[in-house]
Design a protein around this ligand. Structure first.
Ligand code: FAD
Ligand code: NAI
Length: 454
């Protein structure tokens, strides 16, 4: 065999974590290669996650607004039709533009893009099974694992991405289902449930816990969000578990019962979306052969500098600890490369915002009220409804509130939670406030343009 070429840094995975690390390392002058098996850069986020889902959320919201919310605004429209094929094309245009943009950035920053599946041959060598046929291998002084995550399957239901789908199938349905059952009322369930509900499906969300929104959403905000989504037509079955699914007939039968035991009920569905969380993806990587550990949830174990037991191998993004968010992956990519090039790097995990892109959006940063209460800190809560905000009033879009939680003694902000129009943009200010250690008075005394939602 020929000697493998040696790089300063080899990155396995070309998702947000991997491509950001690759570009940063290229800019820092490192000799870097990034291995991606999908055939396109950008990972889950650009190809089948953040970007396509936001395209569908935006356009389905427009459609729904035009269909149901124009008359009272003085706009008469007739003959509104859904062209789902075109809506999907618009989505694909956004996706392909962005993934090609990354290829361009790779070239510009001297990143070698290796199209194939990587696996550890030894501690410094990654063997690559090339997409276009054949094999190669590449040696790294440093290696970053950024292989991301995959949907957690639901036992007993086999995913075909047509009738029983994960988010990947849910962003690509060929027609609007009459009835859709969503298993899991977290972010994916509510975002994709919203899309298909707006386009005409009857959507029922089955959630095991007593609240929707997934981990991290403040209970009061979650309750309010549920009411708003119900008003839009989505149905919810909380504290409910799916016991079995049968997809042998024309309609899929989903059996559910109260989580604490109770009467069974059967729900019919044309499409079932499985959205019960995501799990780290490390299949075929061969980490076990070189002694890298995973925890009980399959996450690659690292220290505070993203190092595995083998200090030249680091891990970032969805396949290790922390929230599975694109901007978290991105921050870690920057920090990990800085650890390699400068010996220091930093991510403030207390100030990573979360946004759910339903309408209205739900956004938060910092701790929930329950978390603050459990920590034993004395705190104050202040909240304000959009129904009393002048811009929301002019926009006839007044559902939601802003909630601040601050330390009762120091007034330092501990958490900000918003459900309301444009919450996802507004939370940037809250994140900045948290990052700078602001008090709630600091924010109150900052001039905000009138009339704005901010
Ligand atoms: P990934 O993006 O999953 O990238 C990993 C890449 O590694 C993949 O492309 C994979 O093909 C490749 N790979 C894996 N193994 C190998 C191997 N052995 N060799 C070569 N390549 C390999 N986050 C947000 O912040 N905002 C959102 O709005 C948002 N929306 C989402 C919507 C959906 C439907 C989903 C599913 C996720 C969403 N997320 C969102 C989460 C976000 O997509 C992830 O947090 C992000 O993609 C994580 O980046 P990553 O680089 O760690 O992993
Ligand atoms: P999630 O963790 O947000 O929600 C899963 C939900 O399913 C939880 O509420 C959980 O209680 C419930 N659940 C689990 N098992 C169940 C069962 N057997 N029956 C019924 N309910 C069950 O996970 P989700 O929605 O799959 O998303 C995965 C990840 O993707 C998110 O954690 C998030 O990090 C990321 N994502 C982020 C988005 C954003 O930032 N806007 C959008 C979409 C995904």
């Amino acid at each position: 065999a020929t000697e493998a070429e040696e790089k300063d840094l080899v990155i396995i995975g070309g998702g947000v974590a991997g491509y950001v690390a690759a570009i940063k390392a290229g800019q820092a002058g490192l000799k870097v290669a990034c291995i991606e098996k999908r055939g396109a850069l950008g990972g889950t986020c650009l190809n089948v996650g953040c970007i396509p889902s936001k395209s569908l959320l935006n356009n389905s919201h427009l459609y729904h607004t035009i269909l149901h919310d124009t008359k009272n605004r003085g706009i008469e429209v007739g003959d509104v039709k859904l062209n789902l094929e075109q809506m999907m094309k618009a989505k694909e245009t956004s996706v392909s533009g962005l993934t090609k943009g990354i290829e361009f950035l790779f070239k510009k920053n001297n990143v070698e893009y290796i199209r194939g599946t990587g696996a550890f041959a030894d501690e410094h060598t990654v063997a690559v099974n090339l997409i276009d046929g054949g094999e190669t291998s590449v040696r790294g002084k440093n290696i970053i694992i950024a292989t991301g995550s995959e949907a957690t399957p639901f036992p007993g239901l086999s995913i075909d991405e047509k009738r029983v789908v994960t988010s990947t199938g849910a962003i690509a349905l060929k027609e609007v289902p009459k009835k859709m059952v969503v298993i899991g009322g977290g972010i994916i369930g509510l975002e994709m449930g919203s899309v298909w509900s707006r386009l005409g499906a009857e959507v029922t969300v089955v959630e095991f816990l007593g609240q929707i929104g997934g981990p991290g959403m403040d209970a009061e905000i979650s309750k309010m969000t549920q009411k708003i989504l119900q008003k839009q037509g989505m149905k919810f079955k909380l504290n409910t578990k799916v016991t079995k699914g049968d997809d042998s007939g024309d309609t899929i039968k989903i059996s559910v019962e109260a989580a604490k035991g109770g009467k069974e009920e059967t729900l019919d569905a044309d499409v079932v979306l499985v959205a019960i969380g995501r799990r780290p993806y490390t299949a075929g990587l061969g980490v076990e052969n070189i002694g890298i550990e995973t925890d009980e949830r399959g996450r690659l174990v690292i220290d505070q500098e993203y190092r595995t037991k083998l200090p030249h191998i680091r891990v970032i993004g969805d396949c290790t600890f922390g929230p599975m968010l694109a901007h978290k992956a991105e921050e870690e990519a920057v920090a990990a490369v800085e650890f390699i090039t400068k010996n220091y790097g930093h991510v403030n995990y207390n100030a990573i915002p979360s946004v759910m892109y339903t309408h209205p959006e739900v956004a938060w940063v910092g701790q929930t009220e329950a978390e603050v209460k459990n920590s034993g800190v004395k705190y104050n809560v202040g909240s304000f409804p959009f129904s009393a905000n002048s811009r929301a009033k002019t926009n006839l879009d007044t559902d939601g509130i802003v909630k601040f939680i601050a330390d009762a003694e120091t007034d330092r902000i501990l958490g900000i939670h918003i459900v309301g129009p444009n919450a996802g943009e507004m939370i940037a200010e809250g994140t900045l406030a948290l990052e700078y250690g602001a008090s709630s008075e600091d924010v109150a005394r900052t001039s905000h343009a009138h009339p704005t939602l901010a």
